[in-house]
Design a protein around this ligand. Sequence first.
Ligand code: URA
Length: 233
Amino acid sequence: MRLDKYLADMHVGSRSEVKELIRKGKVSVNGAVIKDPGLAVTPQDAIEAAGETIGYQEHFYYMLNKPAGILTATEDKKQPTVLDLFPENLRKNLSPVGRLDKDTVGLLLITDDGALAHRLLAPKSHVDKVYLAKSDLPLVSEDAERFASGMTLSDGTELMPGKLEISGDDPCEALVTIREGKFHQIKRMFEACGKKVVYLKRLSMGRLQLDPELAEGAWRELTEEEVSNLSGS
Ligand code: URA
């Protein structure tokens, strides 16, 4: 692969930015400064840019704290999408894993690893998703029983058992755990109990927890440990 493509694929910068770095003599391959952006390199070469080792990464994994008002999609003609929160040179092949409603906030995994996304979303993978939900009306133990028994929604959709843990401090607040990701699932589960979700935030997906340091709209790369935990989620 060409050196400039390798650096751009490893998210060092856009193709023109990395060409500029190379021309300025800031890039070395196996210890030698290289000024030819077209030099053929392989993942086995020791490549440095601006003093940093640029190891080969097959896939990229990001955690986004999704803000309200943004679509979980890769592109949309009219509305901003979660990918618009990433710089252009990082967006290549990235997709959100699963979908949060426009008004839902919190943890969204974004990756170019389609096989992992597929595994995490497959119903038989049984990946638990935990949400903080706020209701317009106080939640009661009968609601928790309905969640636990695997309810049938008004359109006949049958759901796997979920968990509703009502907060001891505020009966309008609860942690909700579900395994599937059906359209508006939690909102429809609340509706089936005669309540309306007024706030919804995803806190975790399998073993991946939303980083409490991430402000809404902010993202970061997953650590190696988080990535390896995901495969075992
Ligand atoms: N359930 C919902 O109703 N909305 C979401 O965004 C996620 C789960």
